[in-house]
Design a protein around this ligand. Structure first.
Ligand code: ADP
Length: 635
């Protein structure tokens, strides 16, 4: 380069304007200022291979430069023209021309000024693009944009970070290599492959998939069409790292499973324990009751009578506690099976009132005549409804005062039927009402004098809710309380069950033989003793299933009462073997079990037992069942 040319190049480099120097004969660009490279968007080396007519593209420019080539050398100032940029955009400019001679070469220096208006638009576009880019880079989502053919058009840094793509790979710009690197990280590459192909072909639909990577991370991927002027011009893939969220969810599920299995274990333990405890307790209560009765007429035995009474009372309390704890554990574990049927409320209510009469006598509380509509049927589990009503009635009696009153009424309500147990007893303050339904919650001054566990109301409310109903209270201290249960309406039916029969009726029994099969010695002795009090009955007993079957074949009893679990074989097996033998097939069987669940009850009846009774059995119920099951066999 000669000294002149060198100076010219230095000067051009310092120039802040767009200056282009061309050879006036070939029209080839010889030099361009840095501003020209920046604004026009071509590489400097590219420009050096272009003619000025590649940039100045108006028709007038073509004729103008033809003139120049033919020797015309004008010096012009501020003429308008059009320039084509590297991105194919055409902009308005103002240009000035200066002819030069340098080392014998005829040159023309063109100074180009982009009009202010054009500059503002370009700058605004540049600003927008920068904002857009910054937004894309500041999001926590990885973003990748493909054109309609699936070629990668763009991606943000977060995408490369999420997929741990190396710089070398990114610089290569090889779509296939990049795509292979993504798929290789996924645990199920085939599914990933299929999803990408399906997404690229999805046109205007969105797609979604979750990928687990070999590294253990979990990525959520979505794809949406990229639309410009109503045309799908490509597809945008967004990726989010959801590892922490998924892990938290998994931890939560694991904790829930653990809690559920702990709760199941607790319920199983309680149910097993309570079964073990109930059998001897039933024997204690039964024998103490018999002892109490035996002492009844003998003044000399008054002291023993009191002792028997205390045993019965303490053991009954213990039995109630065991039953209530088990009930609550079962309801909490969702293990309570309800047998919801349409029930006539009248016999249920009357039964309950009969059952609490002795408690009312004990507390010197008067039970009012119930206010019952003629036809009221509810959808409920009969046994559980009784349990709830007995809880409310016994509370109304226990938390009362001498000569106090308790009324039970049934009336229609929006939900169906409303049972109200009203008392004029000690009442409950507003603050105590808020605590009433908590487990083991006992309130008010009487809690220290009256026996209770604080579980009944919590359990009863849960039961009511399980039956699509509700249980609530209104109360005022020293005035009394109204505890209510609302249950859905049932369908009116035409028969009356055993529940309708008053338990107090002294029944005449047929002269018959009853065989009782029970492995627990206390329970066996208890029922034997109780049955032997009725002179009409001849009682046989067996301590195992097999002995029971042998005795049944030998003696042909009129009725067999069997426990569920009898050491060697179950009550069901006894039933099956006797039913298979024509000689014993017609002997009715009754199951007497401590299980007590609605499911077990149902199962026993389905298997062929004619009745199912719960331990501790109420003797009137047992006698009633004997009467009903044996009479039909008489000629
Ligand atoms: P328990 O009667 O075994 O203590 P409950 O859950 O049935 O348990 O009742 C919880 C508490 O509610 C009782 O301890 C008692 O303080 C209070 N309560 C229940 N019913 C009445 C009532 N009718 N009048 C006054 N207090 C009552």
């Amino acid at each position: 380069m000669t000294v002149n040319k060198m100076y010219a190049a230095i000067l051009l480099g310092l120039c802040d304007d767009i200056v282009i120097v061309i050879n006036s004969e070939s029209l080839l660009i010889k030099a361009a200022s840095p501003a020209a490279v920046r604004w026009l968007g071509y590489e400097s080396s590219q420009l050096m291979q272009m003619q000025i007519t590649d940039l100045e593209c108006a028709l007038t420019d073509y004729f103008f430069w033809e003139d120049i080539r033919n020797g015309n050398r004008p010096n012009l100032q501020g003429i308008a023209g059009l320039y084509k940029l590297a991105n194919e955009e055409v902009i308005n400019v103002e240009k000035s021309l200066q002819t030069l001679e340098c080392d014998g070469e005829s040159l023309i220096a063109i100074k180009v000024r982009i009009t202010e208006e054009q500059k503002t638009v370009a700058e605004a576009l540049e600003r927008n693009a920068a904002v857009l880019r910054a937004t894309l880079e500041s999001t926590s989502y990885g973003i990748l944009v493909c054109d309609v053919d699936g070629h990668i058009a763009n991606m943000n840094r977060r995408f490369a970070e999420l997929w741990e793509l190396s710089d070398t790979l990114l610089q290569k710009g090889d779509d296939k290599a990049l795509y292979a690197a993504l798929v290789a990280q996924v645990v199920d590459p085939q599914r990933a492959d299929e999803w990408v192909v399906a997404s690229l072909g999805a046109r205007d639909r969105d797609t979604f998939e979750v990928f687990t990577l070999h590294s253990g991370r979990v990525l959520e991927a979505r794809s949406q069409p990229q639309i410009a002027q109503d045309q799908v011009i490509g597809r945008v893939f967004t990726v989010e790292d959801v590892t922490v969220r998924v892990q938290a969810q998994r931890d939560l599920e694991a904790a829930r499973d653990k809690a559920e299995s702990a709760s199941r274990a607790k319920t199983d333990f309680l149910s097993h324990m309570s079964h073990e405890l109930r059998t001897p307790l039933n024997a204690i209560i039964g024998f103490a009751q018999l002892g109490h009765q035996d002492c009844a007429d003998l003044a000399a035995h008054a002291e023993y009578k009191e002792k028997f009474r205390i045993i019965v009372s303490a053991a009954t309390h213990l039995l109630n506690l065991i039953n209530e704890v088990l009930n609550l554990a079962q309801v909490e574990a969702g293990k309570i099976e309800l047998r919801i049927v349409s029930l006539d409320v009248k016999p249920v209510v009357q039964d309950c009132l009969t059952l609490v009469q002795s408690l009312a006598d004990k507390y010197d509380v008067i039970l009012g005549i119930p206010d019952l509509p003629e036809q009221a049927w509810v959808k409920a589990d009969g046994m559980r409804l009784k349990q709830m009503l007995l809880n409310l009635l016994s509370n109304a009696i226990k938390y009362n005062k001498p000569k106090g009153h308790v009324w039970l009424s049934v009336s229609a309500c929006d939900r169906g039927w409303r049972f109200a147990v009203i008392d004029d007893g000690i009442g409950i303050s507003i603050s105590d009402q808020a605590k009433l339904f908590g487990e083991f919650s006992r309130v008010g001054r009487k809690q220290w004098q009256v026996e209770g566990t604080g579980i009944g109301l919590a359990f009863s409310r849960k039961l009511a809710q399980l039956m699509q109903g509700e249980l609530g209270v209104t109360s005022a201290p020293e005035q009394g309380s109204c505890f209510w249960i609302e249950l859905p309406k049932g369908d009116v039916q035409q028969f009356e069950g055993l529940d309708a029969v008053s338990l107090k009726t002294e029944l005449a029994l047929p002269v018959c033989t009853v065989l009782y099969i029970e492995d627990d010695a206390f329970s066996r002795k208890l029922i034997e003793t109780a049955l032997r009090r009725r002179p009409e009955l001849t009682v046989l007993s067996a301590e195992s299933g097999r002995k029971g079957i042998a005795l049944a074949r030998e003696k042909h009893p009129d009725l067999i009462i069997s426990d569920h679990h009898i050491g060697d074989i179950s009550g069901y097996e006894v039933l099956a073997q006797l039913a298979a033998d024509p000689a014993t097939r017609s002997i009715p069987m009754l199951m007497l079990s401590a299980g007590g669940s609605a499911e077990e009850h149902q199962q026993a009846l389905q298997a062929g037992f004619r009745r199912y009774l719960n331990k501790p059995v109420q003797l009137p119920l047992l006698f009633r069942a004997i009467a009903e099951l044996v009479y039909p066999r008489l000629p």
